[in-house]
Design a protein around this ligand. Structure first.
Ligand code: AMP
Ligand code: MG
Length: 493
């Protein structure tokens, strides 16, 4: 484990030509302090967790000090927001501070969100508030705990600097860690500004650092770019299958919020399903429901098509279309794998689609809690499924339709070869007990606003291993209160 000054750096992005961004330092926040540190993410960086309690750490990540190995840069990108192309995007309130190189040769971007204005801030103040930083911090940990690929958050810092939203809030920063911060929008920027040599340079950069096997596999350069696009499509399909299976709604699937590594990226007004509602819209500003939960699979394809268009100077149109055609079947395959694990079905049978449709209409018609339905199902032995099912009483208003489905499910389980205890164990490893419910994040935020960060740390711990039991935090696995389902979250953060 290293101190901050012992970290090794490899700032590859800053070596790209100047059109890729602007070098600029973070702007200081007043009277800064640490809110929370994630020890698991320190481990990724090989950073000693005790560094977080030093003044240098706090000062460095609030714009009050400098680390010689860093080379802060605001990345330039553009993107489609709610379907409209916006040429004026880029890191408007964040900076890529540097890239840390671990002893294993892993490269991690260290990004500071909330670091002040940049040339891409437009009318914004370049700041982030404590509320939004906590939401991103907890969501990154929750997704990682669920086994879903995501950016990470090392720590949250806050300050006495006032930031004006609907009310005055505390200027705060989030240290985001990711293999890469490259977005679909980076490629769109170079395409729409006709910088095709730079577009090629960026594709080569992405291959070199993140898909180096393609250099060997695809000697033919045009094929290599097509292969790169295929990889991005597969990673995106897998990410969307993951989201749909755990009930995660991103909320702002603009192309500038899509990672080319298939990482869940840029947490804003996201939401995890409480009641199963396929048309769930988590973003209060999404009036048309473009980014509703059940629209995510097709929106990801829309975004991939936008990326494919940006790749058109590098890849033949026919090859782009061919690649895009692989998205749907891959998504279907990943998703069906995920759902089979959730139901403990090792075998794939034709008749299962009827079982799934019956289950989803049952959950939707009675607005059943998505997470607790599957977790409860993971605790009932096959022979007990058709008995009166007291475990489900809290979740269903009418158990007659449920009994019928349970009977179909029990019949289906008869066709499985694994023994029942093994099945239940596997199901518990596929169905989380703990999920980052909106109201839990809200409670943690309200306490944090009063200077009590204990709930942030407790949720970090529980959500880090959501498939395990945490008897001391049983309350975090409870059904949400009615008010907790009605909270409104929008883009203003
Ligand atoms: P987001 O909705 O967070 O994905 O941000 C979309 C664009 O707006 C990006 O270019 C951001 O950098 C920029 N942005 C968001 N909030 C702010 C802010 N408070 N100040 C400056 N730029 C911002
Ligand atoms: Mg964004």
């Amino acid at each position: 484990m290293r101190t901050l000054t012992e970290l090794k750096f490899n700032n590859t992005y800053s070596e790209l030509p100047s059109v890729f961004g602007t070098q600029i330092n973070p702007q200081p926040l007043a009277d800064p302090f640490l809110v929370s540190i994630n020890p698991g993410i320190c481990d990724l960086l090989e950073l000693d967790v005790s560094e977080a309690s030093t003044d240098f750490f706090v000062d460095l990540f609030t714009g009050n000090d400098e680390l010689p190995g860093f080379c802060p840069i605001a990345m330039k990108y553009t993107g489609h927001q709610f379907g409209q192309y916006n040429p004026d995007l880029g890191d408007g309130r964040g900076l890529l501070m540097g890239e840390v190189l671990t002893s294993q040769g892993n490269k991690w971007d260290v990004h500071l969100k909330g670091s002040g204005t940049t040339p891409y801030s437009r009318q914004g103040d370049g700041r982030a508030v404590l509320r939004s930083s906590i939401r991103e911090y907890l969501a990154s940990a929750a997704m990682h705990g669920l086994g879903i690929r995501t950016t990470h958050a090392l720590a949250i810092l806050s300050s006495a600097t006032p930031v004006y939203r609907e009310q005055v809030e505390r200027g705060s920063t989030l240290i985001r860690i990711a293999e890469s911060h490259l977005r679909f929008g980076h490629f769109e920027y170079l395409f729409y500004t006709s910088q095709h040599a730079e577009l090629k340079l960026l594709a080569d950069y992405l291959i070199k650092h993140h898909f180096p096997d393609l250099l060997k596999q695809e000697e033919n350069v045009p094929n290599r770019y097509a292969a790169l696009f295929h990889r991005i499509i597969s990673l995106t399909a897998e990410m969307i299958a993951d989201w749909q299976s755990v009930g995660f709604a991103h909320g702002v699937m603009n192309t500038d919020n899509m990672s080319v590594l298939g990482l869940t990226f840029d947490y804003g007004p996201y939401g995890f399903l409480d009641d199963y509602n396929p048309g769930f819209i988590c973003n209060h500003s999404d009036y048309s429901g473009r980014y509703a939960f059940n629209q995510q699979p097709s929106i990801a394809l829309w975004n991939l098509s936008a990326l494919g268009y940006a790749f058109s100077p590098l890849i033949d149109k026919a090859l782009i279309d061919e690649a895009l055609n692989t998205y749907q079947p891959q998504l279907q395959q990943y998703y069906s794998q995920k759902m089979r694990s959730k139901l403990g079905l090792a075998e794939k049978l034709e008749q299962d689609s009827a079982l799934y449709s019956e289950m989803f209409s049952l959950l939707a018609s009675q607005a059943v809690d998505y997470t607790l339905f599957f977790r409860t199902l993971s605790t009932i032995p096959k022979d007990a499924l058709t008995d009166s099912t007291p475990q489900f009483e809290e979740l269903f208003t009418c158990t007659a339709a449920l009994s019928q489905w349970l009977q179909h499910y029990a019949e289906r389980l008869e066709l499985e070869s694994a023994d029942d205890q093994t099945r239940l164990k596997q199901m518990q490893a596929a169905n989380p007990k703990y999920i980052l419910r909106n109201y839990l994040a809200q409670q943690a935020i309200e306490l944090a606003d009063k200077g009590d960060f204990s709930m942030v740390d407790q949720l970090l711990l529980v959500l880090g291993s959501p498939y395990s039991e945490h008897p001391e935090y049983e309350n975090y696995a409870a059904l949400p209160p009615q008010w907790g389902k009605e909270l409104e979250v929008s883009c203003s953060s």
